[in-house]
Design a protein around this ligand. Structure first.
Ligand SMILES: [Zn+2]
Length: 205
């Protein structure tokens, strides 16, 4: 098979959850599609991608408007309490907590989870970015609140992040807390409702 098809297969393999065989099957599938459809497909991804930026403060993805300030709307909102930093795993967790309207501080999106067997945690979570953010003198933090899933992965991740903070920033003056678990075990923040979130924030320890 020719090089350009191999290239497509190689690129598709980078998609989450796609193995070599599926990548091959998908690349053949694309080749059977109408050329105009493929063009629309490729162009829509490209156009969406161009408008999306990573916020340097919280690392979430956001759609930049014509007057992009360089950070997302949440981070640039001066009516929020900039001393509170809520740590979540994923962009969707942040989105859902925002939807509940119960939290008025800032966020940091870790980007994943880690565990005791993970040899390269910095590849799976943005721990270095978080440390940089906590060191930033322009945006002093008063309290770091862990809002990770109430699962083993979430707990292991919080333990690792706490340990890294204590080790890298031993002189820190901010408080470390975590959401009170009105959230039943396994409840993901992605689905949390306003009442549960409000009570988890109030009962943080
Ligand atoms: Zn942001």
């Amino acid at each position: 098979m020719n090089d350009s098809l191999n290239k497509v297969t190689e690129l598709l393999r980078e998609l989450p959850g796609i193995g070599p065989r599926q990548a091959r099957r998908l690349s053949f599938w694309f080749m059977r599609k109408d050329a105009r459809w493929v063009e629309t497909f490729a162009r829509s991804i490209l156009e969406a991608r161009k408008g999306i930026h990573t916020c340097p403060m919280c690392t979430r993805l956001y759609e930049a408007g014509p007057h992009d300030s360089g950070t997302c709307r949440t981070c640039e909102d001066t009516s929020r309490d900039a001393g509170l930093l809520l740590i979540v795993e994923k962009d969707v967790d942040l989105e859902n907590i925002e939807r509940t309207g119960t939290y008025r501080g800032l966020y940091f999106v870790l980007g994943g989870t880690t565990g005791p067997l993970d040899k390269q945690p910095e590849k799976h979570i943005r721990i270095d970015g978080l440390i940089r953010r906590l060191r930033e003198p322009a945006t002093p933090v008063r309290e770091v609140i862990f809002a990770l899933s109430a699962t083993t992965e979430g707990e292991d991740t919080a333990a690792y992040v706490r340990e890294r903070i204590e080790r890298t920033l031993p002189q820190h003056t901010f408080k470390l807390s975590e959401l009170g678990r009105g959230l039943s075990t396994g409840t993901e923040l992605e689905y949390v409702d306003a009442d549960t979130m409000r009570s988890a924030l109030e009962r943080r320890t």
